[in-house]
Structures are given as C-alpha cells and as structure tokens.
Design a binder for this molecule. Structure first.
Ligand SMILES: Cc1cc2nc3c(=O)[nH]c(=O)nc-3n(C[C@H](O)[C@H](O)[C@H](O)COP(=O)(O)OP(=O)(O)OC[C@H]3O[C@@H](n4cnc5c(N)ncnc54)[C@H](O)[C@@H]3O)c2cc1C
Length: 391
C-alpha cells in the first residue's frame, strides 16, 4: 500500500518541525500519496504533551469561522479564509477519524474524552505513517529547482518545503530567505507585579473583569509568588503583549453593589468577616492590611471615607505590571509576517513551493484551544494546497 501511494507523485516534500502543525500537514499529504518526510530535532508531537495541563485542550466550541477568528489578537483577518476551509467541525472530524472522541467543557473548551494529551499523541502517532528523520535542520536554501536542507548530519534535497518550526525561536533556519520576521515576545504568560502578592500566592478570584481597548474580558485570576496569573491574566498578557512595561490594569473583582446597605445590615460584624462573604477570606485580610484598615473593626464604625476606599479596591483594583514571568510563555506573539504568506494556500508570496503553518507564523490566540486550532487549520491548508499544486 505504501509503495502504491508514494508512486503517485514523484515530487518530494519536507516538513521542518513535527509539532501539531507539521504532523497534521504530514498526515494529510501522506494520505494523498505524496512522498513526505518530517524532520524534528526532538520527539515528534512531544509539544502536545503539556497542553491543557496534560489534558490537551485541542479546540474551542466556536463553529462560526468569524467568531472563531475573533479570538486571535494576531491573525484574525488572515484566519478568515483558513477557518472557512478547516474550522472546529473539520478538526473534530479529524480527531474522530484517528479514534479521539471529544467533549465540550461548560466554558467551550474542547478536550479528548480520555482527558489525556498522552492518549491524543499516541493515537495521532499511530495514524502518522510518513517518514520521520530526527535531525536538527540548520538552514534551508533555494536551488534552481527545489530546496536544499542542511542538518547537523547531512544534506537533503526536496521539491517542496513546509516550515512548521513553532514559535519558540529557530527562525535562523530561514536566514537564507528574504522573509520578514515580526520580533517575538511572549504571550499567554503570568505577569510580574510591582506589588508583592506572595502572602496570598495560590488564592484565586472567580469571574474578575478587566476592560482593555473598550472591551470587557471576564475570567479567573490567581495570585502567585511573582504577581498574577490565570486565564484572565493570560488574556491581558496577550492583548498587551507589545505594551511597554510597566503598565496598569484595573480589575473589577466584584460587581457594583450597595456597600452601605451591607454595612447597615451587619453592624456588629467585623469588616474582615463581612468582606469574606464576598471574596476569599485571605484576600479580604490582605486587602484590609494593604489599605491599612484594622480588619477587626465592626462594620458600624466604618465611615464613608473608609467605605469608599474599600469599595474602590473591590470594583477597581489597580495592579501595576512590571514584567512577565520568565520561561512561563505558552505561545509567542510574533513570527513570520503574515504579509509574506498567501492566506488561501499558506504558500510564501515570494518563494514558490515554500509553505508555512502553525505557531511559526505571526498568529496567536487566547487560551482555550485556539493555538492548537491554528495548527490544525493552517497545517491542513498547507497540505491541501500542496496536493492541489502537485497534481
Ligand atoms: C505548557 C503549554 C500548554 C499549552 N496548552 C495548550 C492548549 O491546551 N491548547 C492550545 O490550543 N494550545 C496550547 N498550547 C500552545 C500549543 O502547544 C502551541 O501553539 C503548538 O504546540 C504549536 O504547534 P506547532 O506545531 O506550530 O509548533 P511546536 O509545537 O512548537 O512544534 C515545533 C516542532 O519543531 C521542532 N523544531 C524546531 N526547530 C527545529 C529545527 N531547526 N530542526 C528540526 N526540528 C525543529 C521542535 O522540536 C518541535 O517539535 C500550550 C503551550 C504550552 C507551552
């Protein structure tokens, strides 16, 4: 069967990078009878293992391509044509075809029923029949016809090359090309704050709101030894990936409420106990200590000035962000400039038969399955375009 398939096309395809993007591309190419080889310096699909905290949040339940694309601070418009060809439904069909059934969490995140990225990787690997060479590619250059790949060990010649290097550096592989790289900075990363939250590290707050560029985002946050993290903070880090530090964010920890009425109804309660009915006890204590307010004071002694100070810090909690947590980056903002790429084919506009897919592109989405979705969709599209070009 393998012989039969590979004899259909004489052209050869190299994929540099065996992450999610490179592997889905390789699988579709192989199944159409293309002679395809994946090069990876590490173990193929090993980057899938830590995803979703080991559960692999492989997609998001956004079935309309425009709504799906609106979750990408970089790449939204570019992804319209990509997602209209291969969106959430096609992704789920693909996983079903390799034996991975999925379910939707309440928040729209899609996980495998096994809740195991190891299981997804194993099933994917089982279905991946193309050649894999475990070598580090140092450079790619154009020949009169086709491309030369130089690895640590050898030289190779291919008709078509797909760049699927991921987002964590490695752009030097492209040094022989006139391809613009948007400088990479971390996105989806915990933030370092000027204020020290280490005494409440591990405490989380639910459904906190943050307004950025006139849009309100709502999700959970968690305090850390270095500052703040959690889904809402990842969103902030993504939207403000290129903002100069330090910058200020204002969090609405609780919705507007009648604080005076609450105080009047609980005159003999300690203020810390009253606040503990609204936010976690340790955070209430932290807040009062930070504001220099005696936490044992009875509510009936809280005057208008103190009431307003406490209220403001609950509905408009200000944090100065001074940095990003080192090595905490989940995805990269930046990469291959989308102006270099044809969004209908994933082919370079300057170099024929040179394709790109996955996080190596200047595309990054919010937390929630969007970054893997980018890999599945752009990986599929690159494969489909190559197939259409070769026949
Ligand atoms: C901790 C963590 C959790 C995450 N969780 C999720 C999640 O739940 N959902 C989600 O949507 N996204 C998640 N992401 C993001 C997602 O994993 C990435 O967006 C995705 O892996 C990118 O896929 P890729 O194929 O483009 O690149 P990568 O996965 O980075 O793969 C690139 C491959 O290329 C190889 N390579 C690089 N340079 C060379 C070279 N010169 N020669 C040979 N091989 C090379 C690398 O070894 C690697 O295997 C998470 C990321 C992290 C770090």
């Amino acid at each position: 069967m393998v012989q039969e398939l590979t004899s259909i096309s004489k052209k050869t395809v190299a994929i540099i990078g065996g992450g999610p993007a490179g592997c889905i591309c390789g699988k579709f190419l192989y199944e159409e009878g293309i002679d395809v080889t994946i090069f990876d310096k590490a173990k193929v699909l090993s980057t899938l293992l830590p995803t979703g905290g080991g559960r692999c949040n492989l997609a998001h339940a956004n079935y309309d391509f425009k709504t799906l694309a609106s979750n990408y601070p970089r790449g939204e418009k570019f992804l319209y044509s990509v997602f209209s060809r291969f969106g959430t439904n096609e992704t789920l069909d693909f996983f079903r075809s390799i034996g991975v059934e999925t379910y939707n969490q309440d928040n729209g995140r899609i996980f495998p029923v096994s809740n195991s990225s190891k299981d997804v990787r194993e099933k994917f690997l089982k279905s991946l029949k193309c050649k894999v060479i475990s070598e580090n590619i140092r450079s790619v250059s154009t020949l009169k016809s086709g491309y030369e790949l130089v690895s640590d060990k050898s030289k190779y010649f291919f008709d078509v090359v797909v760049i699927a290097l991921g987002g964590h550096g490695g752009y030097e592989v492209l040094k022989n090309f006139d391809i613009n790289i948007i400088s990479p900075v971390p996105a989806l990363v915990g933030l370092v704050t000027e204020k020290d939250f280490s005494e409440i590290a591990g405490v989380s707050l639910k459904n906190v709101e943050c307004k950025i560029n006139n849009k309100i985002y709502c999700d959970d946050i968690i305090f850390t030894h270095k500052g703040v993290s959690g889904p809402l903070i990842y969103t902030v880090s993504s939207l403000k990936a290129r903002d100069k530090m330090p910058y200020k964010i204002n969090l609405k920890i609780v919705n507007d409420f009648d604080f005076q009425k609450l105080l009047n109804n609980n005159p003999h309660k300690d203020i810390k106990n009253l606040l503990s009915s609204i936010v976690p006890k340790s955070f209430a204590q932290y807040l009062l200590d930070d504001l220099g307010i005696n936490s044992d004071i009875k509510c009936c002694y809280i005057d208008g000035k103190i009431r307003d100070i406490i209220y403001k810090s609950l509905v408009d909690f200000e944090i100065i962000v001074s940095g990003r947590v080192p090595d905490g980056e989940v995805v990269t903002c930046g990469g291959v400039d989308l102006n270099e790429i044809n969004s209908k084919t994933m082919e370079s506009k300057k170099y024929n038969n040179l394709y790109f897919c996955g996080e190596v592109l200047d595309i990054d989405g919010f937390c929630g399955g969007y970054n893997l979705q980018n890999c599945w969709s752009t990986g599929y599209l690159a494969a489909d375009s190559i197939i259409n070009n070769l026949y």
